[in-house]
Design a protein around this ligand. Structure first.
Ligand code: FAD
Ligand code: 2HG
Ligand code: ZN
Length: 477
């Protein structure tokens, strides 16, 4: 079948206006958020419900057309961008954007894949419930993308990542069948865990069309503080102190090094760090409570006082109201945008055992600074989860594009070698996509990698779902 008849088939399934083929309307779907990856597509398809998704996939399966599922296109690993063959189609889930049900007694919500995360949070809040997944891209990322990347964000240390927040899925398989797995059960030991195969698969095993997600009672009080610590050692001790004293009330523990907040202040002057002089590390801490405002405030103050006495912290600003707390969070969430303003930047989204974090930072920093004098380390992240965004910007005397083009591989090699040495992971929460495709086999080991390929072959024998993402074209022995 030639491409014109194929397009006509798509148009018959979802309507002419939802099959985009002209380059202007397709453009935003063919480039990733960081503008690192660009691709081409036969068409961008915008189905409105699960049946339309299934019919499109059946058609593609029959014709051996590869499909790139796409949500909000905020992913940071190029996983939602087609390749340059011009033989692939993008299926955007954005029109599947209905909240199907809120079950307050069961504390669950059934949402379609194209629901924007922030809309889900707001709908949950209007029912006096909390949906805790929270990240900087929440105004545009979609729950299907969050599920497919197993997104993390800033509440993981209390509520877990997306995998922990999902009870059931509806999925269109590679052959265009619909798996109706939308159960809101917290226990279900009925054989293999299919749900957890699709979560984090980055669209390589099936297209998620809806999910049952977990809700939580809304906390009645929150206290937020920004705290100055001299080095990473004290940051980890402070984390341990909060964990032991506040236990599950600790809902956020974000670390930002001096350069991270300096670039935020430079590009967004209304967001200057209130801690002055700017400390080596600023820690954003949040406690949430269901009992009383008084309780959490007392607890916070007691822990902060102890931290001062123990010499762990140099300074602290406790947010006096919600608006100041929001300003602290805004500052934290703007680091990624500030890095965009700095132009080219190198990202390494890694996790390490907390016990190894200090040695990793000291040793790796020394290696990199020795080789690239003046390099700017933008080190921030979800310290409570052992997750660093260990990023770099060019030394002042080197053009940022040259820095990126000439040195990104060398720097990544040093970082990932160190990650292996200290028993960490080369992808904490952003995924593999095409960015880290060539690193996965060495990192996971042959056995794990071959098992992944076996799963992929069983679920998608024609390799039409997001090919060459996560797993390269590889034939096991
Ligand atoms: P997309 O980018 O559209 O897609 C991501 C992957 O999922 C692709 O492989 C795509 O094919 C697949 N996919 C999308 N929808 C479906 C579906 N319905 N079925 C099957 N596969 C699908 N991530 C974090 O984890 N934590 C953070 O704190 C965080 N902060 C961020 C801050 C900023 C400013 C930005 C730009 C990104 C951030 N991210 C973060 C990364 C990104 O927002 C997340 O990975 C998010 O989950 C992606 O959702 P999306 O809808 O944009 O997915
Ligand atoms: C965050 O935590 C995101 O802000 C993005 O995961 C990290 O920009 C980055 O490297
Ligand atoms: Zn993050």
């Amino acid at each position: 079948m030639d491409s014109l008849s194929l397009i006509a088939h798509f148009q018959k399934i979802i309507g002419k206006e939802y099959v985009l083929t002209d380059s202007n309307s397709m453009a935003p779907y063919l480039i990733d958020w960081r503008k690192l990856f660009r691709g081409k597509a036969l068409a961008v398809l915008l189905p409105k419900n699960v049946d339309e998704v299934a019919a499109l996939v059946k058609q593609c399966h029959q014709m051996n057309i590869a499909i790139i599922p796409q949500g909000g296109n905020t992913g940071l690993c190029g996983a939602a961008t087609p390749d340059n063959s011009n033989n692939q189609v993008v299926i955007s889930l954005k029109r599947l954007n209905h909240i199907r049900e809120i079950d307050k007694a069961n504390l669950t919500m059934t949402v379609e894949a194209g629901c924007i995360l922030q809309n889900i949070q707001e709908t949950a809040a209007s029912a006096n419930c909390l949906f805790p997944l929270s990240l900087g891209a929440e105004g545009s990322c979609m729950i299907g993308g969050n599920l497919s990347t197993n997104a993390g964000g800033t509440n993981v240390l209390r509520y877990g990542n997306m995998r922990d927040l999902c009870l059931g899925l509806e999925v269109v398989t590679a052959e265009g069948e619909i798996w109706h797995g939308l159960r809101g059960l917290r226990k279900d030991n009925t054989g293999y865990d299919l749900r957890n195969l699709f979560i984090g698969a980055e669209g390589t095993l099936g297209i998620i069309t809806a999910a049952v997600i977990k809700l939580f009672p809304m906390p009645i009080a929150q206290w937020t503080a920004l705290v100055a610590v001299p080095h990473i050692h004290s940051a980890i001790q402070l984390l341990n102190l909060f964990q032991s004293q506040a236990s599950v009330l600790l809902t956020g523990f974000e670390m930002m090094n001096r350069t991270s907040l300096a670039i935020v202040g430079k590009h967004f002057p209304q967001m200057k760090n209130p801690l002055q002089p700017e400390p080596n590390y600023s820690i954003l801490i949040e406690l949430s409570d269901h009992e009383s405002e008084f309780h959490v405030k007392e607890l916070f103050q007691t822990i902060i006082e102890k931290a001062f006495t123990d010499g762990l912290i140099e300074d602290a600003v406790i947010a006096s109201n919600l608006s100041q707390a929001n300003t602290f969070w805004q500052m934290r969430e703007h680091i990624t945008m500030a890095q965009v303003e700095e132009n080219a930047n190198l990202k390494h989204d890694i996790t390490l055992p907390l016990s190894k974090m200090e040695q990793f930072i000291l040793e790796t920093g020394e290696k990199i600074e020795k080789q690239f004098p003046g390099i700017r380390t933008i080190n921030f992240g979800h310290l409570g989860d052992g997750n660093l965004h260990y990023n770099f910007a060019n030394p002042e005397n080197m053009a940022s594009q040259d820095f990126q083009d000439q040195h990104q591989n060398t720097i990544a090699e040093i970082v990932y070698e160190q990650v292996e040495k200290f028993g960490g992971s080369i992808s904490a929460e952003h995924g593999i996509g095409q960015l880290k495709l060539d690193k996965l086999r060495a990192h996971k080991g042959e056995v794990a990698h071959d098992l992944m390929i076996a799963i992929k072959k069983a679920l998608d024998p024609k390799n039409i779902l997001n090919p060459n993402k996560v797993l390269p074209k590889y034939t096991p022995k």
